[in-house]
Write a protein that binds this ligand. Structure first.
Ligand SMILES: *[C@@H]1O[C@H](CO)[C@@H](O)[C@H](O)[C@H]1NC(C)=O
Ligand SMILES: *[C@@H]1O[C@H](CO)[C@@H](O)[C@H](O)[C@H]1NC(C)=O
Ligand SMILES: *[C@@H]1O[C@H](CO)[C@@H](O)[C@H](O)[C@H]1NC(C)=O
Ligand SMILES: *[C@@H]1O[C@H](CO)[C@@H](O)[C@H](O)[C@H]1NC(C)=O
Ligand SMILES: *[C@@H]1O[C@H](CO)[C@@H](O)[C@H](O)[C@H]1NC(C)=O
Length: 468
């Protein structure tokens, strides 16, 4: 009898050993699911690798992991370009042919929106936004050079971006992939989730699960596995949006306890302030615009009238006028300076062409001109804590995501509020955190060894509180 058990035991051990060495020496299986982060300003795609347990965010053929969530429609033949390729066309095509921010419109009804409010929304964008007769959907109209109009729904725009990302994943993995996990903002209702899924279906993707962006971010940090974590605050500060979510973890399950946000606060605003500062210090003015508010938009920067009071003083006789193309170059420069100031104390800008510039910008100046915006980041945080009657100390973990949380002063402001040190460089690239978490979820769905823990979230009907 016992001899029989021993034989079975040895047989089992042999099978396990073969499996173990097989797993080590055979090439690891390739991911069968991909994780997609369709963001308002940037989008990316990744996958979880079995065996190593690493997540890769794929490098696109545009040379970066994230692509701008933008499409351009060429006026001559209606060809659609995506991402950087689209932005590169910006100087050559009418600004109405560049569509961005489509995610703000996906699955969104305007039946409760007054004509005046809809006009305000339209005024933010250089492209043409129209409504269906019943006002239940928005869509975009682009007029080609021959006078023909073509129409794009927000889902169509999403589909172009997702299709490009799917192609990227296919190229990087060396075989076609279509099974996907998709992230959506926490406040998306069923209609918006469905619309996002529709965009994915149009891109040839088979969506197995949709998870909320804050949950994905928490998973990127492994918080679904970590002991003793109950309340997680996720602060997502992107290019143009701020979303704050409070997650309550119960076992492997994340519940959304409260969400608040500011739909128009993000890195673009910091860049805009810096651009105005550079223009002011260099006595530059925008051609045809005098010194008044700029409204031209040729990239994703929505320019507002937040010029500082100094800009409104009597124009100096030394003012030099610059055209839109130069403005666009300076905007890119300002954006780069903002990024470089993350780990440098000052940046020396010297430029001969297309306009002469010579000035130093210190981190201190950058912080000063943006301090009021940085302080605004705290408002939705306060609202969320109030909403569930929690004290600052009750928050177990603070997760900072979105490229703009790289700004040291932003980390400092939030750290001061919670009396914690958040200045250390993040473990996970804040710009890739959502994509990383979605990819981990994709790995869980794919049942890939050695991932055993599953994290689920229960979609909740939590109303987002908008804060200005
Ligand atoms: C996984 O990531 C680690 C740390 O980033 C790296 O050292 C290792 O080479 C990666 N493994 C694979 C198989 O890519
Ligand atoms: C205009 O150009 C588009 C794209 O080349 C083409 O599909 C369409 O038929 C043209 N319309 C007219 C009226 O020529
Ligand atoms: C569309 O027009 C652009 C130039 O406007 C050209 O480079 C491109 O090859 C054209 N594409 C097609 C499919 O005709
Ligand atoms: C969302 O899509 C599902 C499946 O297609 C459908 O059953 C459900 O009614 C849709 N919900 C809404 C609110 O559109
Ligand atoms: C910028 O700073 C450098 C180093 O401190 C200094 O040499 C240079 O003169 C400064 N330039 C301007 C325009 O202030």
């Amino acid at each position: 009898m016992s001899g029989g058990f021993v034989a079975i035991g040895v047989g089992l051990l042999a099978v396990l050993l073969v499996g173990y060495f097989g797993q080590r020496h055979l090439p690891p299986p390739k991911p069968t699911f991909i994780g997609l982060d369709l963001g308002t300003t940037f989008s990316c795609v990744g996958a979880y690798h079995p065996v190593s347990g690493n997540v890769t965010i794929f490098l696109t053929d545009q040379g970066s992991q994230c692509i701008p969530s933008v499409i351009a429609i060429l006026p001559d033949n209606g060809t659609v370009l995506v991402g950087k390729a689209a932005l590169n066309q910006a100087p050559a095509i009418p600004s109405a042919n560049l569509i961005y921010d489509a995610k703000r419109f996906i699955g969104r009804s305007f039946q409760q929106t007054s004509d005046e409010d809809f006009q305000l929304i339209k005024d933010r964008y250089p492209f043409t936004i129209r409504l269906t007769p019943d006002r239940s959907r928005a869509f975009f109209e682009v007029v080609l050079s021959n006078g023909t109009s073509i129409f794009f729904s927000p889902e169509d725009v999403g589909a172009y971006i997702l299709h490009y990302l799917r192609t990227t994943a296919t190229n990087c993995l060396g075989r076609p992939v279509s099974r996907a996990v998709l992230s959506v903002p926490a406040e998306f209702d069923q209609v918006q989730r469905n619309a996002t899924k529709k965009a994915a279906a149009k891109a040839g993707l088979d969506v197995w699960r949709v998870i909320q962006e804050p949950t994905a971010a928490a998973m990127a940090y492994g918080l679904h596995e970590e002991e003793g974590i109950q309340m997680v605050l996720v602060v997502d500060l992107g290019g143009g949006t701020l979303d704050v979510s409070l997650l309550n973890r119960q076992g492997g399950i994340f519940l959304t306890a409260a969400i608040a946000g500011n739909s128009y606060l993000g890195g673009q605003d910091f860049t805009h302030r810096l651009l105005n500062h550079i223009l002011e210090k260099s006595n530059l003015t925008i051609e045809g615009n005098g010194n008044t508010t700029e409204t031209e938009i040729s990239d994703q920067v929505v320019l507002t009238s937040e010029t500082s009071s100094e800009a409104n003083t009597v124009p100096s006789p030394h003012l030099r006028s610059i055209d839109q193309a130069t403005l666009q170059k300076l905007r890119l420069l300002a954006d780069q300076v903002k990024i470089d100031l993350t780990d440098q104390e000052f940046i020396h800008i010297k430029m001969e062409m297309p306009v002469e510039l010579d000035l130093n910008i210190t981190k201190q100046t950058f912080n000063q001109i943006n301090e009021d915006l940085f302080q605004k980041v705290l408002r939705p945080i306060e609202v969320v804590l109030e909403e569930v009657s929690l004290e600052r100390e009750d928050v177990d973990e603070i997760v900072l995501v979105g490229g703009s949380t790289r700004v040291p002063r932003v980390r400092e402001v939030i750290g001061e509020y919670f009396d914690r040190d958040l200045s250390n460089p993040p473990k996970v690239d804040p710009e890739l955190a959502v994509a990383t978490g979605v990819s981990v979820q994709a790995g869980i769905l794919g049942g890939m060894w050695p991932l055993q823990v599953s994290a689920v979230e229960i979609p909740m009907k939590v109303r987002k509180i908008h804060v200005l």
